[in-house]
Write a protein that binds this ligand. Structure first.
Ligand SMILES: [Zn+2]
Ligand SMILES: [Zn+2]
Length: 256
C-alpha cells in the first residue's frame, strides 16, 4: 500500500494544501487538495473518494474534480455518511454554485454517491473500508483501509479527544491523526473537536491500553502558522511514548 499525502494542513497557501490522502492512486480520502496537486490523468485514475465530514477544507474539490471528469466522460464514486452527502449535494452541487454532477449526465451521472454505515466493513475498489465515528463539531468518521495483502491504515479525520471507543474497532499499522494547534490552544482545540500534542498523547496512551501496541503515527491538519511549535511539542510526545511520530507534509509518501 502506498499512501501519498496530497494536502497536510488546515489552511491553504502557495506552500500548504488542504487535507487529502491518496491510496495507491485509486482511493482518495477527503478532497481538499485533489485537483490542485494531481494531473488530469491522475485525477481520472481515482475511482473512489471517502469523505470524513462536511467541512469545506475536506470537501471543496468535489465540484472541481466532478467538472474535470464530466468533461472527460469519466465517473467516480463518493462515499460518506448521510449528513455529508446531504450538505455536499445541497450546498456545493446545488446547480447554482456549480452543476449537479450527481444528476448529470442524466442516465449515467459523473458522481455516484454511496452512503457508508459506520462499523460496517465495506468492500471498495479491492480494499476493506471501515468507517468509525470520531469526536468533531459535526458528524465525522475516521476511515480504516485494509489492502488485499493485509496492510492497514487508519485516518482519524478531524477529531477531538475521547477516542477510546473508536480504538476498539481499529488496529492499524499506520495511524494518520490530526493535530491542529499547539498546547497553548489545548482548551479551544478540545472544545472545537481537534487535538493538540498533549491531547494526542492521551489518545495514543488510550490506543495502547486498548490494543496493546503503538502504531507508527503521522500528523496532519496542522495550522501552518503554528507548525514549528506543534513539531517541537510532538517531538516531546514522541520521546515520552517511545514511539515513532512524524509530521506529515505535502508530497509525503508512506509505504506499508
Ligand atoms: Zn472539520
Ligand atoms: Zn478540517
Amino acid at each position: 500500500m502506498n499512501i501519498r499525502v496530497l494536502g497536510a494542513h488546515n489552511c491553504e497557501s502557495e506552500s500548504s494544501r488542504l487535507i487529502s490522502l491518496l491510496i495507491d492512486d485509486i482511493v482518495a480520502i477527503d478532497a481538499g487538495a485533489i485537483t490542485s496537486t494531481l494531473t488530469f490523468e491522475a485525477q481520472q485514475k481515482i475511482k473512489a473518494i471517502l469523505l470524513t465530514h462536511q467541512h469545506y477544507d475536506h470537501v471543496r474539490d468535489i465540484p472541481a474534480i466532478a467538472m474535470n471528469l464530466f468533461l472527460r466522460g469519466a465517473k467516480i464514486t463518493i462515499y460518506s455518511i448521510p449528513e455529508v452527502h446531504d450538505v455536499v449535494t445541497t450546498h456545493l452541487l446545488d446547480d447554482k454554485i456549480y452543476p449537479n454532477f450527481h444528476q448529470r449526465p442524466r442516465h449515467n451521472p459523473t458522481l455516484r454517491f454511496t452512503i457508508i454505515e459506520p462499523h460496517k466493513a465495506e468492500p471498495i475498489e479491492g480494499y476493506s473500508v471501515l468507517a468509525v465515528p470520531v469526536n468533531h463539531s459535526t458528524p465525522t468518521v475516521g476511515y480504516q483501509v485494509t489492502s488485499p495483502d493485509g496492510k492497514v491504515v487508519f485516518y482519524t479525520g478531524d477529531t477531538g479527544p475521547g477516542l477510546a471507543s473508536c480504538w476498539r474497532h481499529v488496529s492499524p499499522q499506520l495511524l494518520i491523526a490530526e493535530v491542529t494547534a499547539p498546547d497553548r490552544y489545548k482548551e479551544e482545540m478540545a472544545k472545537s473537536g481537534h487535538l493538540s500534542p498533549s491531547l494526542l498523547r492521551q489518545e495514543l496512551t488510550s490506543f495502547q491500553e486498548v490494543n496493546g501496541y503503538l502504531p507508527k503515527v503521522v500528523i496532519v491538519h496542522m495550522n501552518p502558522a503554528l507548525e514549528k511549535e506543534i513539531a517541537t511539542e510532538i517531538a516531546v510526545v514522541e520521546r515520552e511514548l517511545g514511539g515513532l511520530i512524524t509530521m506529515g507534509y505535502e508530497g509525503m509518501e508512506l509505504k506499508l
